[in-house]
Design a protein around this ligand. Structure first.
Ligand code: NAD
Length: 328
């Protein structure tokens, strides 16, 4: 099977090489994104593999079909960069990827600890030989009530990770995850907001969860609450969050994701004018830690992202299936 690989990152190369030998495939590495201009370079291949930076709209899917390519894999979990309805309409089969929850869950606990121990400020100070203690007093995990919103793969793993710290853990989800029952207590969202010293979001971005962190929900939380978001930036109304940091209703904020991060995070923008005022303004607060959507980024996750998506393409090719579906 011949597969055209677009968007390849340096850290994926060794994994592709290994898979090529193991599965007896032939990979054709094509620089840059899959676009109308670069599609011809995949000509003769049986399938295409992309990352999330390739935006696959209907016209591109039609062109793929015209050159005989009907199998497309994204090496990401999300597939919102692909027009699935158009893929179904034109008979292009699409598969996505999957990886374990540990990377994001570990990262979440790191952000919680950084916020609780004011580590951003401690790090900045030490870098300029300021070793003063003033303003750096932290709190201990054993004294915290931690609220986990969403107990799917990642939220449940965060709870397992936290279970050794001696904190009280509250959880919210429509589906009760029995695997964490001995570590966490399910409550109503309003009770979680009222009781938690730390609120961590692990729910998907859906119409009903968009901007769920807003003026009203923040007002229900404890004054000085620590808010952690390793899920999606759009879960928060950024303007309301900024107001809450300024009024100190939020005591510390840790974000791995941000509304409008596309085109900024994962790129070197050192000499560019960045068009996201809220991102720049929030970053300057001493109690706000922002990372560039890297919670997922571990060797294990990247290996899974590449190998699961390639295996899904191979599976589709071997089955010669005519169904259009998203394979996770
Ligand atoms: P999942 O589907 O396993 O779990 C999501 C859980 O949220 C489910 O149990 C669901 O019932 C629950 N949920 C949905 N709506 C809810 C609501 N309104 N209130 C309470 N619970 C609700 O997903 P996951 O793998 O745990 O991932 C969670 C999110 O993490 C993803 O949707 C994604 O946005 C984000 N994520 C971020 C990174 C990163 O690098 N920062 C990486 C992977 C995933």
């Amino acid at each position: 099977m011949n597969i055209a690989i677009y968007d390849i990152r340096q850290d994926e190369q060794a994994i592709f090489k290994c898979l090529e030998e193991k599965l007896k495939l032939k990979f054709h590495y094509i620089k840059g994104h899959l676009t109308a201009e670069s599609l011809h370079r995949a000509s003769g291949c049986d399938g295409i593999s992309v990352l999330g930076h390739s935006h696959i709209a209907e016209d591109l899917l039609v062109s793929m079909k015209e050159i005989g390519i009907t199998k497309l894999a994204t090496r990401t979990v999300g597939y919102n960069h692909i027009d699935l309805a158009a893929a179904a309409k034109h008979g292009v089969q699409v598969c996505n990827s999957k990886y374990g929850p540990h990377g994001v869950a570990d990262f979440t606990v790191m952000l919680i600890l950084m916020a609780l121990r004011k580590y951003k400020q401690a790090l900045f100070r030490a870098n300029v030989n300021d070793y003063s203690l003033q303003g750096l007093q932290g709190r201990e995990m054993k004294d915290m009530v931690i609220g986990i919103v969403g107990t799917g793969n990642i939220g449940a793993q965060v709870i397992r990770n936290l279970s050794g710290f001696g904190c009280r853990i509250l959880a919210v989800d429509a589906f009760k995850n029995q695997s964490i029952a001995k570590h966490a207590e399910y409550v109503e969202l309003s009770d979680l907001y009222r009781q938690a010293d730390i609120v961590s979001l692990h729910i998907p971005l859906l119409p009903e969860t968009r901007q769920m962190i807003n003026r009203e929900s923040l007002a229900q939380m404890k004054p000085g609450v620590i808010l952690v978001n390793c899920s999606r930036g759009e879960l928060m109304n950024v303007s309301d969050v900024i107001d809450a940091v300024e009024s100190e209703q939020i005591g510390a904020l840790a974000l791995d994701v941000f509304e409008g991060e596309e085109g900024i995070y994962h790129f070197d923008r050192r000499t560019d004018i960045i068009q996201n005022r809220d991102m720049a303004y929030l970053r300057q607060f001493p109690n706000v830690t922002m990372t560039q959507h890297i919670a997922f980024y571990t060797n294990s996750a990247v290996e899974d992202m590449v190998s699961i998506s390639v295996n899904a393409l191979v599976d589709l090719h071997q089955r010669g299936s005519s169904q259009n579906e998203v394979h996770a």
